[in-house]
Ligand binder design. Structure first.
Ligand SMILES: *Cc1c(COP(=O)(O)O)cnc(C)c1O
Length: 397
């Protein structure tokens, strides 16, 4: 489909800018090459080094590196003991994996609505969805902003629930001064290239609980242990190992770990730049009644992964679809995060109906994500602002 830029057909930019992109420097490349020349491509010292580094970055006691963020969610749900008959409360405005991990374990995701200002799961809605089958909560730090951890943890304490925080967006974010990853029972991370730091594919789970850690360490490697104290039939024979649980091969490689260690060195700089860009966008868009700016809770010192442009459609002569297409015609890449999980046909077939989370559904109809990544130049940022201003002027009622 030919998309003509508005107002005379001349786009604000003559080259396309995507909504997100990884940043790889020479240090990253050198780290990968060095590992490729080393004896261990997997199960080696880089994994141990990475797990230690993740503990430093997040403030967690334990970290387990895995093959991707979905695997991280899966083993967290397993460690939480989710099984058939268990309900797990999940935010609907997320990537499907946050809910799929419950299905992998035979449990039932129950969607709670979002707070219409912060777009994160609403603790009041969580309370409404709790039944005597509820076993856990998967709370997603949407766009990088921490969920209301104090309130959600209080609910978990009251009802004896396990809190899994999906921090795929929020590495580097702090809640009341503590790193995301050090607060929930388990916190999962993704290191896919669109995320703030990357290992190509990769993920991790952090926890402060030794018993959960023991499980989290077993599941990514088939449930096999070489530790005598974990064996049912212990032997000190040199070849002996024992499968004590049913696990998977969810291991990260040392090549990926080397890349991620090098990326984590840059996380403070990534955070600073992302905050600068968010501040600039906020400054402009707060002045425009046609655009609604995501609100932040004071507890969250956010390293933002996504910038959500929410349209005040009452003041615009267009819907989100038209605005999305028009931004693309201006060569500004955008994406929509996210379609409510239970709107997907797979979930529909499971019996989920539209209407269960009205705030989430309304949000979905009004949002798109605009470019936000470390390597954006100031002039890129101004191009995005110019394009948004141009379209708002064009579509203003
Ligand atoms: C990216 C993402 C995941 C999945 O991570 P992968 O590494 O792609 O498997 C899970 N939850 C959220 C919120 C994500 O953004």
């Amino acid at each position: 489909m030919e998309r003509l830029a508005k107002n005379g057909g001349v786009p604000v930019r003559d080259t396309v800018i995507g909504y997100g992109r990884q940043y790889i420097d020479e240090a990253d490349i050198a780290a990968v090459v060095e590992t490729l020349k080393s004896p261990a491509l997997t199960c080696g010292p880089k994994i141990t080094e990475l797990e230690k580094k993740l503990c430093e970055v997040t403030g967690a006691k334990y970290a387990v590196a895995v093959s991707n963020g979905t695997a991280a969610l899966h083993i967290a749900a397993m460690a939480a003991g989710i099984g058939p008959g268990d309900e797990v409360i999940v935010s609907p405005i997320t990537f499907a994996a946050s809910a799929n991990c419950v299905l992998y374990c035979g449990g039932t995701p129950v969607f709670a609505d979002i707070n219409p200002k912060t777009y994160n799961i609403d603790p009041a809605s969580i309370r409404e969805k709790i039944t005597d089958k509820t076993k856990a909560i998967v709370a997603v730090d949407f766009t990088g902003q921490a969920v209301e951890l104090d309130e959600i943890r209080a609910i978990c304490k009251e009802y004896d629930l396990i809190l899994i925080e999906d921090a795929a967006h929020s590495i580097g974010t702090k809640y009341n001064g503590k790193g995301v990853g050090s607060i929930a029972d388990m916190t999962t991370f993704s290191f896919h290239p669109v995320k703030t730091v990357t290992s190509g594919e990769g993920g991790a789970v952090t926890t402060n609980d030794e018993e959960l850690y023991r499980k989290l360490r077993l599941y990514p490697t088939h449930g096999i242990t070489r530790r005598m104290e974990e064996m049912c039939n212990p032997s000190d024979a040199g070849w002996y190992y024992e499968q004590v649980e049913l696990g998977y091969n969810y291991r990260m490689t040392d090549i990926q770990a080397a890349l991620l260690i090098s990326q984590l060195d840059k996380l403070p700089a990534f955070s600073v730049r992302r905050k600068e860009i968010v501040k600039r966008y906020d400054e402009e868009f707060r002045q425009m009644p046609e655009i609604i700016v995501q609100e932040e809770i004071k507890e969250s010192d956010t390293t933002r992964h996504l910038y959500i442009l929410r349209l005040n459609t009452e003041l615009l002569n267009c819907n989100r679809r038209e605005f999305f297409d028009a931004l693309h015609a201006e060569n500004i890449g955008t994406q929509v995060h996210y379609i409510p999980v239970y709107w997907h046909s797979y979930y529909e077939r499971l019996g989920y109906e539209k209407g269960i989370c009205p705030q989430a559904e309304k949000l979905y109809e009004e949002i798109l994500s605009i470019p936000l990544f470390y390597a954006m130049t100031d002039s890129d940022v101004e191009d995005v602002i110019a394009a948004v201003k141009k379209l708002v002027a064009y579509y203003r009622k």
